[in-house]
Design a protein around this ligand. Structure first.
Ligand code: NAD
Length: 501
């Protein structure tokens, strides 16, 4: 449904707003009011080509700018972002629905990556070996790829793009970002901020759209690399299509994150953590905890503690002082709520039913309150599928080993946490668990920007994770130089394969 009289969010190409002529749009909602507030242009193949051409033209100039000059732009961007992040948080809350403090939180984590990228001169340092052979030195440098594409999901409209573009740009690449069509305005705000920070036109472009724009980027021969974040089926397809077209691809997918609770854990910490990691951002986080795996006999007491805290949570408009906002769309809200019915059919126990929530907000908002389901069968779709909403399941297991086996049997491997005071058990968990990001008494183990973010198994397709050292590697290609400066003893003709002397 497109409402004709509303403003249309277009693209940002070559340092300026670019009005789409594709003729296709999608609605942008205010999820707390349940109304369409704007439309977003859905870019065509031709518009993809315009955005990529702008990035390609900007590439040589940006690549050749000194690291010191590039860093100056990054520092300015960081300062402006820090000063004006309140504006960005309001944009995020208006289109995504998450509460303002949470929107500020995601900006803060994105800003961390900008700060990491400010040190690009250090991250790009190569290696040097003197006199590897007589009179010969070898050294390596890291050089940018060219035009890179970034495709991001709805749930972190600022942070996820910022996992990628600060490093891509700092390393000398130029970017075309395709944000989620559900909340695209944050990306355009960031583009204007880059301009104010002094980034040359064409280095950072925003191309709005849906599958057509994504397919355009995947097929474009001048796009050298794709960083994708979204659901697993799309991530898998992006990886195989992009790799078949000869591109570097990192495609981060969905998740089903477990929290293993041992009987010796501090239950106050565990209950607080389950609430924060289960219901923050209405559970629409790829690192949200969606399953508590309780090693008996801890379950009954823990469920009581969690349910008690849930009764105090306020669901409502993120612009008010609520704990939890709405879901992104009505369809998604209904899909998430349908799992509560599935749980009942599958014989689970619904301890707290979020469908009865009375929100502090407009009745038409896409509301679903925090939901707690006990005794979830591991064969139920409630357990096996990513729900991506405020629905926390509890599975009871008899032992640590059974908990580890259960977690390792899942298709996803994004994040997990163990809660215990037993160092030996925590160490074994860290060693045996087949998941990419582990928390020990930490429920949302999102690594800081100096490390790299990414899961295992169906949660990441490709070889490199986001930001940190892996991010630098992803956005650069390694060049090795073997050098000899003329010396009278350099030898003469020799058709043999070069040997060292
Ligand atoms: P999504 O897969 O629907 O969309 C992600 C991006 O892909 C969007 O830009 C969208 O426009 C585009 N897209 C959608 N369908 C497409 C298609 N058929 N072909 C090509 N492109 C397509 O994901 P979403 O609903 O926006 O985000 C939620 C999902 O993202 C969840 O599964 C969540 O776990 C995952 N996620 C993962 C991480 C992580 O780090 N692993 C982080 C955030 C979100």
């Amino acid at each position: 449904m497109t409402v004709q009289t509303l403003p249309t969010v277009g693209h940002w190409i070559d340092g300026a707003a670019f009005a789409s002529t594709s003729g296709r749009t999608a609605p942008i909602y205010d999820p707390a009011r349940g109304i369409v507030t704007k439309n977003v242009a859905l870019g065509s193949r031709e518009e993809v080509a315009v955005a990529v051409a702008s990035a390609r033209e900007a590439f040589p100039g940006w690549r050749d700018l000194s690291l010191a000059r590039r860093q100056t732009v990054l520092f300015r961007f960081r300062e402006l972002l820090n000063q004006r992040k309140g504006e960005l948080a309001e944009i995020i809350t208006a289109e995504h629905g998450k509460v303002l403090s949470d929107a500020l939180g995601e900006i803060g984590r994105g800003q961390e990556v900008v700060e990491f990228a400010c040190g690009i001169a250090h991250h790009l340092k190569g290696e040097f070996s003197e006199q590897v052979s007589a009179g010969i030195d070898v050294y390596s440098t890291r050089q940018p790829l060219g035009v890179v594409g970034i495709i991001s999901p709805f749930n972190f409209p600022a942070m996820v793009p910022m996992w990628f573009f600060p490093l891509a740009i700092a390393a000398g690449n130029t970017v075309v970002l395709k944000p989620s069509e559900k909340d695209p305005s944050a990306a355009l705000w960031l583009a204007e901020l880059w301009k104010e920070a002094g980034l040359p036109d064409g280095v950072f472009n925003v191309l709005n759209g849906d599958r057509e724009a994504v397919d355009g980027l995947l097929a474009h021969p001048e796009v050298r690399a794709i960083s994708f974040v979204g659901s697993t089926p799309i991530a898998r397809r992006i990886y195989s299509t992009g790799a078949a077209a000869g591109k570097r691809v990192q495609a981060l997918g969905g998740a089903k994150n477990h929290m293993l609770v041992l009987p010796d854990a501090d239950l106050t910490l565990v209950a607080d953590s389950a609430i924060n990691a289960g219901f923050g951002s209405a559970g629409e986080r790829c690192m949200a905890i969606s399953v508590v795996v309780a090693v008996e006999p801890v379950a009954d007491e823990l469920i009581e503690e969690i349910a008690e805290r849930m009764s105090a949570l306020v669901t409502g408009d993120g612009r008010r002082s609520c704990d939890m906002g709405p879901l992104i769309t009505r369809e998604h809200r209904d899909r998430v709520a349908s799992y509560i019915e599935i749980a009942i059919e599958d014989g689970a126990t619904v301890v707290v039913d979020g469908r009865s929530v009375r929100p502090d907000g407009a009745p038409e908002g896409f509301w679903l309150g925090p939901t707690l389901i006990d005794n979830v069968p591991t064969t139920s779709r409630v357990y096996t599928e990513e729900i991506f909403g405020p629905v926390l399941s509890v599975v009871r297991v008899p032992s640590f080993e059974a908990g580890v086996e259960l977690i390792n049997s899942g298709a996803f491997g994004n994040g997990t946490a163990i809660f215990t005071n037993d160092g030996g058990a925590a160490r074994r968990f860290q060693n045996e668990i087949e998941v990419g990001m582990i928390g020990i008494n930490v429920p949302l183990p999102v690594p800081v920007a100096t490390f790299s973010f990414g899961g295992w198994k169906d949660s990441l397709f490709g070889d490199t994770k986001a930001h940190g050292a892996e991010g630098v590697r992803f956005y650069t290609q390694l060049k090795a130089v073997t050098a000899r400066w003329l010396d009278p003893s350099h030898g003469g003709i020799n058709l043999g394969f070069p040997e060292n002397d």
